[in-house]
Ligand binder design. Structure first.
Ligand code: FAD
Length: 328
């Protein structure tokens, strides 16, 4: 028997806004931006702001422990979710966490956040709200070289200044974006930073392995989005681009970084988990899953490596491997 696709996109109600305690209770299908738009009437906002916030949901944010430009100053989703109603794999309804900042016992809330839908289905979320900043100023800093922009980010952080956001674009990104949006980015810049006090952004361009790579990144918290530009109609280029993605990830891990700053592991990065974790680490994580989901019903085949080679991790291949009963 095949699997089922469970869609929560119609669970879009904001159930409660407790202005005094700066808390909201929402259903998982609430669009991230809609929550901030709704509570702005009280001078409040919801801090985690993935760049996809016009489309992504609070439930998806919880599953991916999402960040965003302002998470440099305010932290990611787990820092703003107090409690959740969840449906366990056996159908039982549970609450994890609550309205208080600290709860006794194991932090099951923290375990479920970022578990990519593999442990439980989130059906209500209690979130913290923040006061809207009184003033926001955005600065544009232009650099001849990407390295200079990167050094400026490190300098800002080292000086103990924490802007609300620091975003970077490289020259390839600038040249792609400017003709479309006419923001005034200089076409001959090597990189730009946008710093928002409350916030910042920058861009850089580079070419590694025969493919141009455009870089757009949340520079403040070191969260990179290299875009490998390739033509999927050219035989072999998709595989080469995927392999290049793997090399970039390896380089990040070797430099002390992680496999994913915000998008999770899912299917595409699962074979790269051994870059970061040894067998004991992976086994300790894998032992958690049956404690929540004995029959491996929820998002099976995700996160953990299957033993395939990294080049086989093309997205379509991963989906095919997920097999019957998979919830992707
Ligand atoms: C243009 C763009 C920009 C982005 N920028 C950012 C960014 O700045 N920061 C960032 O962190 N991410 C970013 N992302 C990634 C993505 O938008 C986020 O991870 C987002 O949180 C996903 O939410 P969603 O509603 O789209 O989830 P979906 O894609 O629908 O689901 C993601 C996963 O969560 C699971 N899931 C969803 N809802 C639930 C639930 N209620 N209970 C249990 N599991 C659930 C799903 O099964 C799936 O495995 C970006 C994506 C795009 C396309």
């Amino acid at each position: 028997m095949g699997g089922i696709v469970l869609s929560l996109t119609r669970m879009t109600r904001i159930l409660e806004v407790d202005v005094e305690n700066r808390i909201a209770v929402v259903e998982p299908g609430v669009i991230n931006l809609h929550l901030t738009e709704h509570v702005s009437q009280y001078g409040l906002c919801y801090a985690p702001d993935p760049s996809s916030q016009k489309a992504c949901t609070i439930g998806g944010n919880v599953a991916e422990n999402s960040g965003g430009p302002h998470c440099l100053a305010y932290g990611v989703t787990t820092n703003h979710v107090l409690g959740m109603e969840v449906v366990m794999a056996d159908g039982s309804l549970q609450w994890v966490g609550g309205r208080a900042r600290e709860m006794p016992g194991y932090d099951l809330r923290g375990i479920i956040i970022g578990s990519e839908g593999t442990l439980a289905i989130v059906t209500k979320v209690i979130v913290r709200l923040l006061r809207q900043p009184e003033a926001v100023k955005t600065l544009l800093a232009v650099f001849r070289e990407l390295d200079q922009a990167s050094a400026a980010v490190s300098g800002i952080i080292a000086a103990g200044i924490v802007p609300a956001a620091i975003e970077m674009m490289d020259d390839l990104c600038i040249r792609a974006v400017e003709p479309a949006v006419n923001a005034g980015y200089p076409a001959d810049a090597g990189a730009v930073l946008l710093v928002e006090v409350e916030g910042l952004s920058e861009s850089v361009e580079e070419e590694q392995s025969g493919f141009p790579i455009a870089n757009l990144l949340h520079a403040g918290d070191g969260n990179l989005h290299p875009s490998v530009l390739f033509d999927e109609r050219k035989p072999g280029d998709t595989q080469k681009a995927l392999a290049l993605g793997g090399e970039i990830l390896k380089m990040c891990v070797d430099a002390g970084g992680v496999l994913s700053g915000e998008h999770g592991i899912g299917l595409e990065k699962q074979e790269y988990m051994p870059f970061m974790f040894n067998d004991d680490d992976l086994e300790a994580m894998a032992r958690l899953k049956p404690a929540f989901d004995t029959r491996d019903l929820l998002n099976p085949a995700k996160i953990f490596p299957t033993g395939a080679s990294c080049n086989e991790v093309a997205f379509a291949g991963a989906i095919a491997r997920a097999g019957a009963g998979a919830w992707i």
